[in-house]
Design a protein around this ligand. Sequence first.
Ligand SMILES: [Fe+2]
Length: 281
Amino acid sequence: MTNRWQIPDLGIGMGLRSPHTAHILTNQPSVDWFEALSENYMDTGGRPAYTLDRVAERYPVVLHGVSLSIGGTDPLDRDYLRKLKALARRVNARWVSDHLCWTGVSGRNTHDLLPLPYNEETLRHTAERVRQVSDFLGMPLVVENPSSYVEFASSTMTEWDFITRLAEEADCGLLCDVNNIYVSSFNHSFDPAAYVDAMPVDRIVQVHLAGHTNHGTHIIDTHSDYVIDEVWKLYARLCERTGNVATMIEWDADIPDFETVHAEARKAEKYRGAAAKVAYA
Ligand SMILES: [Fe+2]
């Protein structure tokens, strides 16, 4: 099956990370697409802008942000949104994603992806803001499930129920981070397979995979290692329902060389559904 907007499967991509950019520009490796971190390119010209523009000439690009604060209570930052929209147009971003979280209050950005209480009030508030952002961008915002380390006593529903209802009420896309599901399931003692099985797959346009650090009592989402087998199994379980969907590995700390990250990402090929990849013109 495919998503409801017929947004195509881009294949297996990679995050655009500075240790790899020289290799990418010089060798133009065979990668299906790249994900660029929005904020790294919004207030800068020079080398970063040059690099992203060259990459966007050669590869499909999607944008992934960390500062939208879609669940926050500060008004949406119109200046940020204008810059985000301009960047999306410049690089012909296939879609734009950010996290289900809040990042600060009273104009202060904590630079953390902070969890939300999952209840009716937060749902109404967040859905309204997602709709506003999608309207402004002229495309459905793609919202990613977070990893978390605390839960709220004021939550009245599971995260997967909240995300399902948010997607419906805001008519948005979803970025399913399978590693985040695993990390949160370990930290909060729920069944990750139940979460995967509950995801509204017709709204999933992208998947994240990543490695993490297991401290025994809790897992920290460090993006610093290979993907563990349990996460690959959850990914395979998701793919049975989504068919092929654009997939990449997030590797943001202790980043190995380009070929190592790319080889890890290509492992997804064996788990992806039988549906033929749709070439994106
Ligand atoms: Fe992610």
